[in-house]
Design a protein around this ligand. Sequence first.
Ligand code: GPQ
Length: 829
Amino acid sequence: ELGERRAKAERMFSLMDGFLKNDPLSLQKDILHHVEYTVARSRFSFDDFEAYQALSHSVRDRLIERWHDTHIYVKRTKSKRLYFLSLEFLMGRSLSNSVINLGIQDQYAEALSQLGFEFEVLAEQEGDAALGNGGLARLSACQMDSLATLDYPAWGYGLRYEYGLFRQVIVDGFQHEQPDYWLNFGNPWEIERIHVTYEVKFYGTVEEVDMNGERHKVWIPGETVEAVAYDNPIPGYGTRNTINLRLWAAKPSNQFDLEAYNTGDYINSVVNRQRAETISNVLYPDDRSHQGKELRLKQQYFFVSASLQDIVRRFKEEHNSFDELPDKVALHLNDTHPSLSIAEIMRILVDEEHLGWNKAWDIVCKIFSFTTHTVVAGGLEKIPVDLLGSLLPRHLQILYEINFNFMEELKKRIGLDYNRLSRMSIVEEGAVKNIRMANLAIVCSHTVNGVSKLHLDTLKTRTFKDFYELWPEKFQYKTNGVTQRRWIVVSNPSLCALISKWLGTEAWIRNADLLAGLRDHVDNTDFHQEWKMVKKVNKMRLAEYIETMSGLKVSLDAMFDVQVKRIHEYKRQLLNIFGIIHRYDCLKNMDKNDRRKVVPRVCIIGGKAAPGYEIAKKIIKLCHAVAEKINNDTDIGDLLKLVFIPDYNVSVAELVIPGADLSQHLSTAGHEASGTGSMKFLMNGCLLLATTDGSTVEIIEEIGSENLFLFGAKVHEVAELREKGSTLKIPLQFARVLRMVRDGYFGYEDYFKSLCDTVEVGNDFYLLGHDFGSYVEAQAAADKAFVEPEKWIKMSILSVAGSGIFSSDRTIQEYAERTWKIDPCRCPL
Ligand code: GPQ
């Protein structure tokens, strides 16, 4: 029988002509095949977009082959798998990244040019997959790339939102939000798995029943929705391994309500069924605060339930006893958003698999790890008990039981310290009772991770102090990282080529530590010349983009100074704008001779404000109002320009970051858990102007404080400074700038009033006034360094040379070894 099966397999393989071939001629044939049969256009006439579609399908075919092989191999080796649960993945575009990771970039370029197309032009046809908000979501995407590249047997799980993060449109300087219906033109990068579906239950009641002489809880749902899997292959670089990102979409359940149909209200019944699909419709755009919304809770549970059913099914296919679960499965909670997993897996093990509470709890406590991205306790996620009880009645019981046991254990450990007990309780008592998701995640996880060294300190001494004192061994940090594949190889091809040339190898693309080798050439003037040219090419690309987008012509001799990230008060884009006003004010008051010594600047700001975040929206408007004034002042000319780049997203970042000379990371010390944008700039040879916050602390350790421009209050000073309140000394220059805005120098004085109030003496929580003086000094130091090109280029080279440890490969390897305890599982060629 075995012989028969093998013969059949061989026949199948040869019928398909073996694996797909990657020579340019074969690629052309495949592309044309897809033009004709997938896109259904005539091969004699198709446009760039259709060519992009056909091209993507040919890439997808190659991904699928490797993805199948990887699955089969992991299954055969029975390796322990990591399941990375995240409600957000900010993947951006896939085409270039896939082709590069597959290692067939040149072949594709040649194939296309023979067909009369240019790869780069077609790549521009792709829209971003923006299923996430900001740093947290992009981190997940980088980590998926590293998991695949390092051959780890991992799966990502998330939601397939039909509307990704809103598009930001600027009208009259104000942000407007437009829906991002990104699936409109199809998505060649996903594979719909119509047969991989699970029922997800909501509402209803819990009953107790007798089963084989035991009492068991049974949840009778009030509503059932179906989850359908969409698989997104994630290729590793320099390996055949291609892992899966499985995203769930909601569909109406097949168990329809017969009653409703029989009573004759057919139309309404269909319309009601359709409501199910709304669960996975839209991504919540408020980065870090979505409290008390039923739909959000539904999304969380829908995602958790489908993922865990899938994971448990796969486990049971391969193993006989749940005792093996901790050796075979690691579940990672990316922030608290998927924490309902804990209650859900308890429900599955206790109610469905009849494991007994204690045994189930023992197992569950060995499989979860948790990363928090939050700094302040006030930002932690809570779910109102009433809401949870009505939507997930059985889960609420389970959470109460977990909490009861935890409280009992805690009393034994710490005695009857009621204040502390109530702070640590998973259930928050009060007028509105809440479930504290972070407490739940900490109680059940074997490891709690911060995202930078400084962040861990904050967790230990402030945010989770009580828990740290109870379980110090649980607390770790893994400094975030970003993938050099996307952030150098894809987005900065000229720098990529230059690095490989001077290192004499491309091995740094898999091992970023090798970037340190650039230090050997830091004094080489030929190297400097080439380095300078690369920056120039990237600045030209960015300048062109700015001109097409805004009509503004900018000078390539100016320093390109960039701040791009979500708009938040703590990130202090307002400090940047105030600095620009101050610079403008100084220029206006300078005589002609002095002006000649000024370093021209192009200030670039970009980022989205959450739709309901009024102050953030005012910051965007102020940026436009100031830009309007400065850019139209002929007296100032090229000495100062201010550009707001609308709709900042992953692909805009790929263009902006390589073109920056200087980048700004201005969070008030102690507020940025890590920050990952800075790492992308660092890898692109852009110098940083930053506060000593988040991962900047470690960047300083790597490249030395002399190679970046630091300013501002230190973490340990912040609390004291805040206490000083209105007695805090504020520089006159700051007061003057604030006055200008208040007095309507840039118009809209009524509209900007509440914004100005947030930084008024005594009310200035983020300490803009206090930090302004040292900020202006750091800016002056940057100006001074810029007019010494040799010095600047050295700093730039040393930045890239020191960026190796900020590769997400390093982060993932640390997680794999210290937290998940998984081994690489490299699929043979
Ligand atoms: N982060 Cl809590 C987000 O992007 N969204 C969030 O809701 C929270 C955190 C960021 C955080 O602000 C950055 O400092 C981190 O670098 C990033 O997560 C990834 O850890």
